[in-house]
Write a protein that binds this ligand. Structure first.
Ligand code: AMP
Ligand code: ZN
Ligand code: ZN
Length: 416
């Protein structure tokens, strides 16, 4: 049960009057700030100004906000991993939500893959923090359940030599947002010795609602409002604990409306036996079938409305994508609102999607930060999401890492 702050205050005063030696009582603990990185999957940058998020608006008013540019491809795993590592997808190795690797024939990476082989090329912030003596805890985040740096074959799910955050949770979408917040508050109720100083917290409600209903639908707005309310409750519960907090709230990408019928079926462009798709949606990543390279290349080189296709070596430089061996041979990228499928869909497609050009306005992601490390600096210029890991290093008091793809320069006016 919680005791109201006013009652505590009165009790303390009464205690002073009755006790001649107040110095004998323990002073209330002065807590060091905790840094909480909150990921709101699919929260488009303009949701912050839609009147749905009073708690985020208050955080932004006392701190900073910006439109954050995701990295291509504007999918969940590549972007949460880029924010965690400071390395863009084409270098981090998480080049899609689904991947293949010639070094692992017959294997396919999916969002359930926890073999560190796929993840080891870039170090996430929770591992770097633990190495710097900063206890870390992850209430979901893509990659946070990986025994990072581990190798070999799993023994009962454990890879030899892997490192984990001090506390982490196996992903389960069914665990509702309030339970996720409760878990973080419980970690912060612990005594100082076992209390985390860096925490991640992840919500998927806005992304799920955006796919099912579209980015501007009432259900999507309701999901954003609910997540904002939970962030507000987190702030109140931590205030009651006397726990100062730096909150850094990020999204992995935005969401575009995808009206029914706006699809391109690849088998109407290239012979069905000339290719196979690794991913489909706002973009399709495609491999030729053996011996069919020339047929596929000829088909994908003809112009098609609402879509551009490139062999991986010719992907435009602005997408910073195509050098990693895991990037498939061909990329076909639709214009926002259209989707690319292997064949005509048999059921209705989603009403919202992401994965488009990282410069598309619909893909820009929400960013808000505030707390004792930040000053009220208003709206920052737009920046790329490779800056998030460097920002976390600054806020956690860790040395900068010049080998990363981003730096914290954009935050200079915002940091105390
Ligand atoms: P997508 O919209 O396909 O890019 O991916 C979003 C989905 O990824 C969400 O609906 C989440 O439920 C799911 N997801 C998020 N984090 C994880 C994770 N750590 N492991 C597996 N699935 C996840
Ligand atoms: Zn996502
Ligand atoms: Zn999504």
């Amino acid at each position: 049960m919680r005791i109201p702050a006013l009652f505590l205050g009165l009790a303390a005063l009464a205690g002073c009057a009755a006790t001649p030696r107040p110095a004998a009582r323990a002073a209330p603990e002065r807590r060091e700030p905790v840094t909480i990185l909150i990921g709101v999957d699919g929260a488009r940058q303009d949701y912050l100004s839609a009147g749905l998020t009073p708690n985020l608006a208050r955080l932004a008013a006392a701190g900073v906000s910006a439109a954050m540019q995701p990295s291509f491809p504007t999918k969940t795993f590549p972007n949460f991993w880029t924010m965690a590592t400071g390395v863009r997808p084409d270098r981090s190795g998480i080049v899609g939500n689904t991947m293949e690797d010639a070094a692992r024939p017959g294997e396919r990476f999916t969002m359930a893959t926890d073999d560190p082989f796929w993840w080891n090329a870039a170090k996430p912030i929770w591992i770097a923090a633990e190495e710097a003596g900063i206890r870390s805890a992850t209430m979901f985040w893509p990659g946070s359940t990986i025994g990072w740096g581990g190798s070999g074959k799993a023994d009962h799910g454990v890879y030899a030599g892997g490192s984990y955050p001090s506390d982490w949770q196996a992903f389960a979408s069914a665990i509702p947002a309030p339970k996720r917040v409760d878990a973080v508050v419980d970690w912060l109720r612990r005594p100082a010795a076992t209390r985390p100083r860096f925490v991640t917290l992840y919500f998927d409600d806005v992304d799920i609602a955006g796919h099912d209903n579209g980015p501007d639908a009432p259900a999507t707005r309701a999901a954003m409002h609910m997540v904002d309310s939970e962030i507000g409750r987190l702030q109140r519960e931590l205030a009651e604990l006397g726990q100062p907090v730096n909150l850094i709230v990020v999204a992995d990408h935005g969401m575009a409306a995808t009206p029914a019928g706006q699809f391109i079926a690849l088998d109407t462009i290239a012979p069905a036996d000339s290719f196979r798709t690794i991913e489909t949606g706002p973009y399709a990543s495609i491999e030729p079938q053996p011996g069919r390279q020339a047929v596929l290349a000829a088909a994908l080189s003809r112009p098609v409305p609402h879509m551009r296709c490139w062999p991986k070596a010719a992907i435009p430089a602005r997408l910073r994508y195509g050098t990693h061996p895991r990037v498939p041979a061909w990329l076909c990228l639709a214009e926002p609102g259209w989707i690319v499928l292997a064949t005509r869909p048999v059921k209705d497609t989603d009403k919202g999607a992401h994965g488009y050009d990282d410069a598309a306005p619909e893909m820009q992601a929400l960013f808000v930060a505030g707390g004792p490390a930040f000053r009220a600096a208003g709206r920052l210029p737009a920046f790329r999401n490779t800056a998030i890991h460097p920002l976390l290093r600054r806020v956690l008091g860790m040395a900068a890492d010049p080998s990363l793809d981003g730096d914290a320069a954009v935050f200079a006016p915002a940091l105390k």
